[in-house]
Design a binder for this molecule. Structure first.
Ligand SMILES: [Zn+2]
Length: 135
């Protein structure tokens, strides 16, 4: 049986391009749950999917900039330490601004490429590219 997400994705793919394009991009909202000394990002894989980046890359960024350790397992992230939803959300937003959005046209429709070992974000909408720091 197909999951709701798969059906939804199929439906989105089948929408005419113009409709998809005019959709306003929204940074996904983190669903955060605290368990003792740990903070769990429950919808981590959906977030990575929505911004079209690998879970590993986003995960590395978050643990590094929050200065903690953690675990990426079965679509969720378990962080060591107590963090608020706002703190987690801020990291995701910073990541999107740095590693996803095009600096020229602000489109989220971008991809990573490497040019002479430099990691770049290339925009699929306007073709602009800009280098970004590796994590
Ligand atoms: Zn662009």
């Amino acid at each position: 049986m197909r999951s709701y997400e798969e059906l939804l994705e199929k439906a989105i793919k089948e929408l005419p391009k113009e409709v998809k394009k005019s959709e306003r991009f929204e940074i996904p909202k983190a669903i955060v749950q605290r368990e003792g000394n740990k903070t769990i990002i429950k919808n981590f894989s959906q977030i990575a999917k929505a911004i079209n980046r690998s879970e590993e890359h986003l995960y590395k960024y978050i643990v590094k900039s929050m200065g903690t350790a953690g675990l990426l397992e079965s679509g969720r992230v378990v962080l060591q330490g107590k963090f608020s939803r706002d703190e987690v959300q801020k990291e995701i937003e910073d990541y999107v601004k740095t590693y996803v959005l095009c600096k020229e046209c602000n489109s989220p429709d971008t991809e990573f490429i490497r040019e002479e070992r430099v990691l770049m974000v290339r925009c699929l909408a306007c073709g602009a590219k800009h280098p970004v720091k590796g994590i």
